[in-house]
Design a protein around this ligand. Structure first.
Ligand code: MG
Length: 254
């Protein structure tokens, strides 16, 4: 069931999303060689709590065990849902995706960024840039009367031009009262297909794009998705609302 949000509910989501944006600002300076993913998560968690919010991902139910941290931090060939750890230390050349969710006033904000650590191979840097660009291509299609397939197709078409792999088993989603609401928002699809977009829909679009094959597998921890061919993957996500004035990003600073 798709839950359309009123302008008042969208305002609450914007405040939750602003907490997520504040976390990204806070952790950006930590993306340096020698910093552990545990430390990044600790700072992010502290920032979420400082705003009176609750981390969306902490204790989120999983296949074997609840998610043990406030953020998902995924390095290089890890696509999403990496578990922060004292043993994972950033090194120059790595790409680090950080997925952050925060609950404020009963609403979730959900977004992800992929950071570069030191000097990154130009081919990999390009992957990160074009993953973000593909988000904005999809976002442009998020207008009343269009369909989910228009968003999905725009993302896919953008990255396919570079020969990148589009992960199909993981998708974006509706978001709001729950972290994952209907509809799902794939990063591939056909124009003019799928659910029709309506005023008050709140969606998280999150391209997960690889330099190689789109095939992924789950690690033994029951959470981390990695590319099967070991090639790097990039991730970019924002929560946004569909309004009469067009789509509005909710995970930005207000
Ligand atoms: Mg998400």
């Amino acid at each position: 069931m798709i839950r359309l949000k009123s302008p008042e509910e969208i305002d609450r989501m914007r405040r939750a999303g602003a907490v997520v944006a504040a976390v990204f600002e806070k952790i950006a300076p930590l993306m340096q060689s020698g910093v552990s993913t545990y430390e990044i998560d600790r700072v992010a968690h502290e920032e979420i709590v400082r705003h009176g919010a609750i981390p969306s991902f902490l204790d989120f139910p999983g296949e074997f065990s609840p998610f043990p941290a406030a953020t998902c931090i995924s390095i290089d060939s890890e696509v999403v849902h990496g578990i922060p750890s004292r043993d994972r230390i950033l090194e120059d050349g790595m790409i680090v995706s950080v997925d952050v969710g925060a609950i404020l006033e009963d609403m979730h904000g959900d977004a992800a960024r992929t950071y570069l650590v030191g000097e990154v191979d130009p081919e990999i840097r390009k992957l990160v840039e074009e993953t973000e660009n593909s988000f904005w291509k999809g976002f442009e299609q998020a207008t009343i009367g269009n369909r989910i397939g228009d968003i999905s197709h725009a993302v896919e078409a953008h990255v396919q031009a570079f020969g990148y792999g589009v992960i199909e088993v993981l998708t974006g989603h509706g978001v709001g009262y729950d972290l994952h609401e209907d509809p799902s928002v794939p990063n591939f699809g056909r124009k003019g297909r799928g659910v029709r977009l309506a005023e008050g829909m709140t969606l998280a679009l999150e391209p997960m794009i690889t330099l190689g094959s789109p095939r992924v597998q789950m690690e033994r921890d029951g959470w981390t998705f990695v590319t099967r061919d070991g090639k790097p993957a990039s991730h970019f996500e924002n929560t946004f609302a569909i309004t009469k004035q067009g789509p509005i990003v909710l995970t930005a600073s207000c």
